[in-house]
Design a protein around this ligand. Structure first.
Ligand code: DGY
Length: 325
C-alpha cells in the first residue's frame, strides 16, 4: 500500500509530481485557521510530512500516531522539537550545505547595505531629497579591512568568513561551541570568547542556530559591550537576540547600525519600532531565497523524505544523534 504524506508548503510542480508518483499526498499550501482542522484530520493517518515555516510542536505531532519521518525544507530545525521526535524514533530531515553560499551572499548584502547606508540613501534619491552633492552626514563606513566577528562558525559562518577574508581583506574573529580548524588554517580566523569578540569587532554577525541554549544569546549586556561604531547583523533566527535590547541600542546610538534578515515575530509587524529606524536594514527572511537555491532545497527535501520513509538516514538527518538515548 502507498504511504500517506502531507505536503504543507507550495512547491514547484515538478517536485510535487515526484511526491505524487510515490505517495498518496494531501496538499496544503500552508497551514492557517482556515485549514487547520483538515490538517489535523490528515495528520491522524499520515506516514510522512514535508514543508516549512509552520511550527510543528509536540502537541501537533501527537495527532500523528503513525508518523515515520518529517522533512523540513530548511536547514534550520527550530520549527520542530528534536528530542520529542527522537523519543518517537522519528527522523527529522533537513537541507544543509546547498544554501551556504546563497545565505552568505545575503549576509554580505546586509553588511554592505548597513555600512554604506544603501537603503536609506536610495530612499533619499527616490523621494526627491537629493538636492545637493552629499556631505559627511550621509557618509558610510568602510567594510574592507575591518574586523568581522562571527558568532557561530558553522557551514554558513565559514562561507561568510571566506568572502570577508578573500574579498575584503577582513580579519576574522569567531566564537563557536568548538574551534574550527579549517577556518583558522584557510582564513586565518581567530577563536575567542564572545565577550572579547563583541568588544573588538567592527561587524558582528550572528549565525548560531536557535536552541534552548542560544535563545536571547545577545541582549542588553552584550549590546553594551559592542563598540559605538559596531554594525550588528543577524542571519540566524530572531529569537537568538533580545529584539527590544537591539531597538534600544539602535535608538540610543550605542551601536551604529543593524542588518536583520530574521525577527522575533515573522512577518515583522509594520508597527515595529525597527521600521522607523534609518540605521536598521530589514530583509524579509531571504537568506536562501534565490530561485536556484530554493528549488535545490525543495528537491533535497523531497529526496530526504523518500529516503527516510525507506529507512535510509545516511544523509541529512538532523536528530539521528538523539536516537536511543
Ligand atoms: C533555513 O533554511 O533555515 C532558512 O532560514 C530558511 O528558513
Amino acid at each position: 500500500m502507498r504511504k500517506k504524506v502531507i505536503l504543507y508548503k507550495a512547491i514547484p510542480l515538478q517536485e510535487r509530481k515526484r511526491l505524487d508518483e510515490i505517495f498518496d499526498v494531501t496538499y496544503f499550501d500552508s497551514i492557517d485557521d482556515s485549514n487547520r482542522d483538515a490538517f489535523f484530520t490528515a495528520l491522524a493517518e499520515t506516514d510522512g510530512i514535508i514543508g516549512s515555516s509552520v511550527e510543528m510542536s509536540s502537541n501537533v505531532l501527537n495527532k500523528a500516531p503513525r508518523l515515520k519521518a518529517a522533512s523540513t525544507i530548511s536547514v534550520g530545525t527550530d520549527q520542530y522539537d528534536l528530542d520529542y521526535l527522537a523519543k518517537r524514533n522519528i527522523p527529522l530531515m533537513h537541507t544543509p550545505d546547498i544554501l551556504n553560499e546563497t545565505t552568505a551572499d545575503t549576509i554580505f548584502t546586509l553588511i554592505m547595505c548597513t555600512a554604506r547606508r544603501a537603503i536609506e540613501l536610495s530612499n533619499m534619491v527616490r523621494e526627491g531629497r537629493w538636492i545637493k552633492s552629499i556631505g559627511e552626514e550621509q557618509y558610510g563606513t568602510d567594510v574592507h579591512g575591518k574586523t568581522l566577528g562571527i558568532i557561530g562558525m558553522g557551514r554558513i559562518g565559514y562561507a561568510i568568513a571566506k568572502r570577508a577574508h578573500f574579498g575584503f581583506n577582513m580579519p576574522i574573529h569567531y566564537s563557536n561551541r568548538s574551534q574550527n580548524e579549517v577556518a583558522e588554517n584557510d582564513l586565518n580566523a581567530t577563536y575567542m570568547n564572545m565577550e572579547t569578540l563583541l568588544k573588538t569587532s567592527d561587524f558582528i554577525c550572528v549565525m548560531a542556530p536557535l536552541t534552548a541554549q542560544t535563545k536571547h544569546l545577545i541582549g542588553e549586556k552584550e549590546f553594551a559591550l559592542m563598540k559605538e561604531s559596531a554594525i550588528f547583523i543577524n542571519g540566524s533566527r530572531g529569537k537568538v537576540i533580545d529584539e527590544s535590547a537591539l531597538i534600544d541600542a539602535l535608538t540610543r546610538g550605542s551601536i551604529r547600525a543593524a542588518g536583520l534578515d530574521v525577527f522575533d515575530i515573522e512577518p515583522l509587524p509594520a508597527n515595529s519600532p525597527l521600521c522607523k529606524l534609518d540605521n536598521a536594514v530589514l530583509f524579509p527572511h531571504i537568506g536562501s531565497a534565490t530561485a536556484e537555491t530554493r528549488l535545490n532545497m525543495v528537491a533535497c527535501a523531497v529526496d530526504n523524505l523518500i529516503r527516510a520513509l525507506n529507512g535510509d538516514l545516511s544523509k541529512n538527518c538532523a536528530n539521528k544523534h538523539l536516537f536511543n538515548r
